[in-house]
Write a protein that binds this ligand. Structure first.
Ligand SMILES: [Zn+2]
Length: 289
């Protein structure tokens, strides 16, 4: 999809987007989005809009996002997670023809959102991806043409009040106040959090007997429940065998590798195959009545 087509698609959803600085509405004009106060955001040629006025320093780089994309789309490590999220969407929004707007808050390079939309087999879903990382969003826009992609800050997100039927927040920091503002009255939040054994093989290989080996689960459900009515908690727990290339990509995409010794990372990546544990839960919530 070229830039012009993408602009048309943004135009169709212009009521969903607002200026992150003054919250006023936006217009598409000469290839940019412009608010009534004159704040201007350009559509990049790859087909995303940068809603930040200055770049943020990010540790996430291109290689990491490329590895993440390979793992999510190629290894099957997250297939069960996607399937369970799709099931929740189908259960809670049974009218198949109704149009749904789904935000992935902290979408990275967009593969989780893309896979979930593809697998839902509903034609009337519009995906919207937001991430602070320009590298992530750039890759998302290059790879996946349908969703709308925005570089932006979750603390000051460029969306109007109450517009999203579902908000996904997958292994990424939340901003619950913003989620409350953005969620439609009968909307759903799905927050995916790691549990104790998530990627334990990677952690065991990368670190000695230190606290890094264990995910200190901060009882995310408690914080979640302060903001939303918890309607479901869904387990996603299984072991998936990955080949050598996939193990290498897994080490590359994981923030765990940033502080690990190179030798340990190399040794993990040299294994021919290994079972990798996925141990997550999906917290499903709605606005309190
Ligand atoms: Zn503005």
């Amino acid at each position: 999809m070229n830039k012009q087509k993408k602009l048309e698609s943004v135009q169709q959803h212009i009521a969903v987007i607002c200026c992150p600085y003054c919250r006023r509405s936006l217009q598409v004009k000469n290839g940019s989005l412009i608010c009534t106060e004159g704040h201007t955001f350009d559509m990049a040629r790859q087909g995303y809009v940068n809603m930040l006025n200055r770049p943020r320093n990010q540790q996430y780089d291109k290689r990491l996002f490329a590895a993440r994309q390979e793992i999510i789309t190629g290894s099957g490590l997250y297939d069960v997670l996607h399937e369970k999220i799709v099931n929740v969407i189908n259960d809670y929004f049974p009218a198949v023809g109704s149009s749904l707007l789904i935000l992935d808050a902290g979408c990275g390079e967009g593969s989780h959102l893309q896979r979930i939309i593809e697998q839902s087999e509903r034609t009337a879903i519009t995906g919207v991806g937001l991430d602070l990382s320009k590298e992530g969003i750039k890759l998302a826009a290059q790879s996946y043409k349908q969703p709308l992609w925005f570089v932006g800050d979750l603390a000051k997100s460029p969306f109007a009040d109450g517009v999203f039927h579902a908000i996904l927040n997958i292994l990424s920091p939340a901003n619950y106040k913003e989620f409350q503002r953005l969620l439609a009255p009968n909307g759903l939040v799905m927050k995916v959090v790691p549990r104790q054994h998530y990627l334990k093989e990677l952690r065991e290989a990368l670190f000695r007997e230190t606290e890094k080996k264990v995910y200190r689960n901060q009882r995310p459900a408690c914080r979640f429940k302060e903001h939303f009515e918890l309607v479901d908690v869904i387990d996603v727990s299984h072991v998936k065998s990955l080949n050598q290339t996939e193990l290498h990509q897994l080490a590359l995409m994981s923030p765990l590798s940033w502080t690990a010794e190179r030798e340990r990372i190399a040794r993990f990546s040299e294994r021919e195959t290994a079972g990798i544990t996925v141990d997550l839960e999906i917290l499903v919530g709605r606005l309190k009545g």
